[in-house]
Design a protein around this ligand. Structure first.
Ligand code: ATP
Length: 337
């Protein structure tokens, strides 16, 4: 790995709306991704994970805009980049795999045609025979069992798992440096989910592609990621190496998320605890630590005033970082809720 991270995001903020109706669902997010690294972004629904990914590629939904921060990819400033630069980057150096393969694949075009069209855009130097060969290679790499048949198939003729493998092949055939995967397995059966996760790790090992993996399920982070970024209410509350953060979470929110998944060995789903309460609204973020109203430690400590008045710090850069006024030194799963 070089000294410079492949991707560096600092103080990223995204807003929607205007005047009194403004909301800021991403509010000061910072993290880095090194070459060949798999970084998981985890947090409950609505905490800003997807918008963070979309902002990196200039793909925010209409009305959304980046209002603060910097995005540096392979030494280039992406925040200030021209839309044409971002367009040529997408699919060539950075690929996005959405949760629903249907959104990545065109339903009315055969898989092979879609792969070849993308190659024609990003690799104009290849002739049609080379494009076909390369498309076939991409499907083989994505471990489609009958790649020739898949080339000739329409997406609806493939199973959900095979569609997702085709979407991964489409994303990876140009050998991008970075793959952004937004909940890439949620639409799939549990056994297929595990296969797709294994596939992503294999592809990183074979091609050296760094991966940012967005999920609300912290157990998948444990399986495939090197580092984890925990988001809550538009901010990063804890980040660091997976082993460190997931075995000894320092932020009460991380501990609560870990308490809401089955321990290894499993318990019946009805006995699982979720994080009690609801996340706040991005149009009216609470003052101080945004988690305080749901934080067991805040209650146990007698509701310290600083938790309700002061944001506990920023979580930037690679170093293990926790944004809490009262972090655990060596918390254990569930102990900090
Ligand atoms: N198009 C939009 N206009 C206004 N606000 C939006 C828009 N899209 C998202 N938001 C707001 O941003 C918040 C974060 O959305 P985002 O999709 O990034 O969450 P997420 O963490 O990826 O959740 P999930 O796991 O459900 O996908 C949402 O809760 C919503 O309040």
């Amino acid at each position: 790995m070089t000294d410079q991270p492949l991707l560096s995001v600092r103080d990223l903020a995204v807003e929607f709306g205007h005047g009194a109706g403004v909301s800021r669902p991403v509010d000061g997010v910072g993290f880095e991704v090194g070459e060949r690294e798999i970084v998981g972004i985890v947090g409950e629904s609505g905490c800003g994970k997807s918008l963070t990914l979309l902002a990196l590629l200039g793909l925010l939904p209409s009305g959304g805009r980046v209002v603060d921060g910097s995005i540096t990819f392979a030494g280039r400033d992406l925040r200030g980049a021209d839309p044409s630069v971002l367009r040529s980057l997408r699919g060539r150096q950075v690929a996005l795999i959405p949760s629903d393969a249907g959104a990545a694949l065109n339903p009315v075009a055969r898989v092979g045609k879609q792969l070849r069209l993308s190659l024609r855009t990003h690799r104009p130097e290849l002739n049609s025979q080379q494009r076909r060969g390369r498309a076939l290679d991409a499907l083989r790499r994505a471990r489609l069992p009958r790649p020739e048949q898949a080339l000739a198939a329409y997406p609806h003729e493939l199973s959900g798992g095979m569609q997702q493998r085709s979407a991964i092949a489409l994303g990876l055939q140009n050998e991008p440096m970075l793959l952004l995967a937004d909940e890439p397995t949620t639409a799939l059966d549990v056994s297929i989910q595990a296969e797709i996760l294994r596939l992503l790790v294999q592809l990183r090992d074979e091609l050296g592609t760094a991966i940012v993996f967005v999920t609300h399920d912290i157990s998948t982070v444990r399986e495939i990621c090197d580092r984890v970024v925990v988001m809550y209410a538009g901010q990063v509350v804890e980040q660091g190496g997976v082993d460190e953060v997931l075995t000894a979470p320092r932020h009460p929110y991380t501990a609560a998320l870990l308490g809401s998944i089955p321990p290894l060995g499993g318990v019946p789903p009805e006995q699982l605890e979720t994080v009690p309460g609801m996340p706040p609204d991005p149009a009216a973020w609470p003052q101080g630590c945004r988690f305080h109203a749901r934080c067991r430690r805040f209650a146990e400590l007698g509701e310290p005033e600083q938790c309700t008045t002061a944001w506990p710090g920023s979580a930037e850069g690679r170093a293990l970082h926790v944004a809490c006024h009262f972090p655990s030194e060596a918390d254990r799963v569930g102990a900090g809720r």
